[in-house]
Design a protein around this ligand. Structure first.
Ligand code: PMP
Length: 317
């Protein structure tokens, strides 16, 4: 992309012209999580502070801008089609609303009702596909729909390099600046792998950082397991996406659904912030990591991808 459209640090305390200006520059919270090893520091990047309250605002703004610049999408009046279990769809729907595009989201039918409501409020059309068929089938459906819809654009977050570039150019540098480079370990959930790949690449180019990937135990593909249904929305797609760089991963932690759910609640009560279930999974893996003797006194940075208000209808156990 030619020049980022993000305006880091410029939005606070001033009038902004549009929501795009509110993307990025999220804070890092020093999380006092019960059970964290004494002397360890856990800093969580709070992606709920993006305008649509999730990390995908970054990737979507990058993919969108690149599509406009390269002529794949007209300035207005186009059609955007994407397969998403929620976050990407919500961020896309918001930009489509602002810029006057039709937005069609192909969504597995196990996505939470809150996500559907938000998409509808933003004016997006939802096509539900059976979650039991798996995400590859949902993607195939979205691709077919895109081919059959003249003038439409499919961002394809799994294969679009602008997804990880957003994190390489914004999330990574923001973490570096906020910590002054004091990052021993990065713990990061993997959906498309855009966040992990972009952030880990940026940090590893600057210093030695141990990178821990987080995935659901019931779909532990990175650990050599089989795909399957699980209870941690946003991570655990069941396959390795095209943009994922596996060489950046030093360790994988597979998190059981119940552990993600209970840790989500622990985080919420320890911080006063409602976080999503994938944040709970990241916190669980961060705590385990902090307890390893080699990481005594380490600074562990993780990403909390979204708000918990989108999961209130899910029983957290
Ligand atoms: N958590 C949530 C809630 C998400 O929506 C996503 C993105 N699908 C992730 C984690 C993982 O992000 P990424 O796709 O960059 O791996």
């Amino acid at each position: 992309m030619t020049g980022t459209t993000l305006h880091p640090g410029t939005a606070a305390g001033r009038v902004v012209a549009s929501m795009e200006e509110l993307v990025g520059e999220t804070p890092l919270l020093d999380v006092r999580l019960p059970g964290l090893a004494a002397g360890a520091r856990l800093l969580a990047k709070l992606e709920m502070f993006n305008p649509l309250a999730n990390v995908k605002d970054r990737a979507v703004l990058y993919m969108f801008t690149e599509a406009e610049e390269s002529g794949l999408l007209p300035p207005t009046g186009g059609t955007v089609i994407e397969c998403s279990s929620g976050s990407t769809g919500i961020s896309l729907a918001a930009l489509c609303a602002v810029r006057g595009h039709r937005c069609i989201i192909v969504m597995p039918d196990n996505a939470t009702e809150e996500r559907r409501q938000i998409l509808r409020e933003l004016g997006a059309e939802i096509i539900s596909v059976p979650a039991t068929d798996g995400l590859p089938a949902a993607w195939a459906f979205a691709e077919e729909l895109q081919r059959a819809t003249p003038g439409s654009w499919l961002p394809h977050q799994d294969t679009n390099p602008a997804n990880l570039r957003a994190h390489y150019e914004t999330t990574g540098p923001e973490i570096w600046a906020a910590t002054g480079g004091d990052v021993d370990v990065l713990v990061c959930g993997v959906g498309t792998g855009g966040t992990l790949t972009g952030v880990a690449r940026y940090l590893k180019e600057r210093r030695e950082v141990h990178v821990v990937a987080v995935e659901p135990a019931s779909a532990a593909v990175l650990s050599g397991g089989e795909p399957g249904p699980h209870g941690i929305p946003g991570i655990g797609a069941g396959y390795v996406s095209e943009i994922m760089d596996l060489d950046l991963i030093d360790e994988v932690v597979a998190v059981p659904d119940e552990a993600a759910a209970t840790t989500t609640r622990e985080v919420t009560r320890a911080t006063g912030l409602l976080v999503g279930v994938s944040s709970g999974a990241a916190a669980y893996a961060s705590r385990l990591t902090s307890q390893q003797p080699r990481w005594a006194g380490a600074t562990i940075v993780t990403v909390f991808p979204d708000t918990g208000e989108r999961y209130l209808s899910m029983a957290l156990g």
